[in-house]
Design a protein around this ligand. Structure first.
Ligand SMILES: O=C(O)c1cc(C(=O)O)c2c(n1)C(=O)C(=O)c1cc(C(=O)O)[nH]c1-2
Length: 534
């Protein structure tokens, strides 16, 4: 079977074959050797150093006993059992690249397909690598860093096409999603996230604003093979100052349902029209079949940065539920008929240039760190943020390759006294939590849940943690030596269940929050693998 057939099958537990652990991005495993009882005996099996001091957000891919993992400047293949390096290939980019990267010098991992690995580079190239030896097979420049573009996204392979997104909405770019031929690197299609004036949706922009309209696509989409549809989230409009760009600004802050072969848009749903608050809608579009009013429904779920938890019918984009999962004050709810947010004066005042306190902050109710959906408990486990922000739009002029924000950033946070984050077990249809595990410093790590009744995540202070899926009680933790921004995964090899996560401090909160409690967290990228002590 090919890797694509294995992912499609959805039952393979010996490998981790794509970003999100399955095309549905559920990050759920049926393995249960590591469970509520045995997790207390979880011990490190090995640790592999990346020789890097940046934030490590890469999701490991595991195939036939080899782990493929990335940092911003290397791709690495490691023996899954022993932790021994098989190969390491350097990724070079021009020294000036970090200047146009908004939120961390990072990479989120590879895709695998027929003996090849695919990854993006910070300077906006897509490369194919021979999985056997790390040699580069082809390279395609997706965009120019001089224009403010960069790349951090892990590619998706769907219906035989390598699909990639782009970063750069904070630098006056125009976002897009690309399709590439895995064998040759041939560019197959490009779908812009901002339509031009002659395309459908083009009338939601005034004048030339569409050219700098943002709409990055920096998190990997999900895929439904049966419907042959890819679901990809679109980021915030640029600049933040919405007075510059009147209109709904399609397809920013939306999800696109697309044909993977052609990039053609089948339907779209916009979460936050004309958004001033940087509410990218890029976070994972999780696919699950759920009961809605007693009817089995092909759903798409999204814990949106705007503070609402959405459930859509993924066959047509119809809204099924939208409820706050964190404190929200820019809207009182979502109109179930129109699908539009019912905005408060906070949003109106912000657009008129008044200073407002907005919940969630510009970092969102949840940022990029992916949640897990456990079909057995029916709950979504998500690392959420518990603070607001101070927002004031300010005039802005575009200069190529420079920040294009239009927001006063001198004092952007409204932190309360309580915990700044919670790992929440969320009921998708109501947005309500079954339990909440607080963290004084918010967690920015991905979440993994398993049939063993365990939920894994990591802390910026370095603890890799396991929680009881039913109660939120912490069952186990291990200090990994640096902060965790990584994405835990699990698989089994020779009858042993393993869990892996990258450690390596950094990311958007550490860059911008000014949280002094993080000053003592040492940098240092590495990959940890754990198993139950035999
Ligand atoms: O609009 C964009 O192009 C873009 C890109 C990225 C990125 O590529 O990591 C982030 C964001 N925006 C962003 O808004 C954000 O909060 C963020 C957090 C992180 C991170 O790695 O911790 N990246 C990004």
């Amino acid at each position: 079977q090919t890797t694509e057939q294995l992912v499609k099958g959805g039952t393979d537990t010996s490998n981790v074959l794509n970003y999100g652990m399955g095309y549905n991005l559920q990050r759920f495993s049926t393995l249960n050797q590591i469970n509520k009882d045995s997790v207390k005996n979880l011990v490190p099996v090995w640790n592999y150093s990346f020789n890097d001091d940046r934030s490590e957000e890469s999701q490991p891919i595991v195939y036939q006993g080899v782990i493929y993992v990335t940092s911003h400047n290397a791709t690495m293949a490691v023996d899954a059992k022993t932790g021994k390096q098989i190969w390491k290939s350097k990724v070079e980019y021009p020294a000036e690249t970090p200047r146009i990267v908004c939120c961390g010098i990072i990479n989120r991992g590879v895709a695998i397909h027929e003996g090849k690995l695919f990854r993006t580079t910070l300077d906006a190239n897509v490369i194919a690598i021979d999985a056997k030896n790390g040699k580069e097979l082809w390279r395609q420049k997706a965009a120019d860093i001089k224009e403010g573009y960069s790349m951090t996204v892990a590619p998706l392979v769907a219906d035989g096409v390598v699909i990639t997104g782009i970063s750069g909405a904070e630098f006056g770019t125009r976002g897009f999603i690309d399709g590439w031929d895995p064998a040759t690197g041939k560019h197959l299609w490009r779908t812009h996230s901002i339509p031009s004036p002659d395309e459908p949706g083009g009338d939601t922009w005034k004048g030339d604003t569409w050219k700098l309209g943002g709409g990055s696509t920096w998190i990997t989409g999900s895929y439904d093979p049966e419907l042959n549809t890819v679901y990809w989230g679109i980021g915030n409009p640029g600049p933040f100052n919405s007075a510059v760009r009147p209109g709904d600004n399609l397809y920013t802050c939306s999800v696109l349902a697309m044909d993977p072969k052609t990039g053609k848009i089948k339907w779209h749903y916009q979460f936050s029209p004309n958004n001033p608050f940087d509410y990218d809608a890029v976070a994972e579009m999780v696919l699950a079949d759920v009961n809605v009013e007693g009817k089995p429904t092909k759903a798409l779920m999204n814990a949106n940065r705007n503070g609402f938890f959405y459930v859509l019918d993924r066959t047509n984009g119809k809204l099924l539920a939208a409820n706050p999962y964190v404190k929200v004050n820019w809207a009182t709810g979502v109109d179930m008929k129109t699908g539009k947010p019912i905005e408060t004066d906070v949003a109106k005042d912000a657009r008129e240039g008044k200073k407002v306190t907005v919940y969630p902050s510009i970092l969102g109710g949840k940022n990029w760190e992916p949640m897990s959906f456990n079909p057995q408990t029916g709950l979504a486990y998500a690392n959420t943020l518990n603070f607001g922000g101070k927002y004031k739009a300010e005039p802005v002029t575009f200069k190529q390759g420079e920040w294009y924000l239009g927001m006063d950033l001198t004092d952007p946070w409204e932190f309360g006294d309580g915990p700044r984050g919670y790992l929440k077990a969320i009921d998708p249809m109501t947005g309500k939590s079954k339990w909440e595990a607080p963290s004084d410093i918010p967690r920015f790590s991905g979440v993994l849940s398993t049939a063993g009744g365990v939920v894994f995540s990591g802390a910026l202070t370095g603890e890799f943690e396991a929680f009881d899926a039913d109660t939120g009680k912490k069952l186990w933790q291990f200090q990994t030596g640096s902060g965790i921004e990584g994405q835990p995964v699990t698989w089994q090899q020779d009858g042993v269940q393993y869990v892996a996560v990258t450690s390596g401090y950094g990311g958007v909160y550490s860059l911008f929050s000014g949280d002094e409690r993080l000053a003592k967290v040492p940098p240092g990228g590495s990959l940890w693998v754990f198993a139950v002590k035999q």
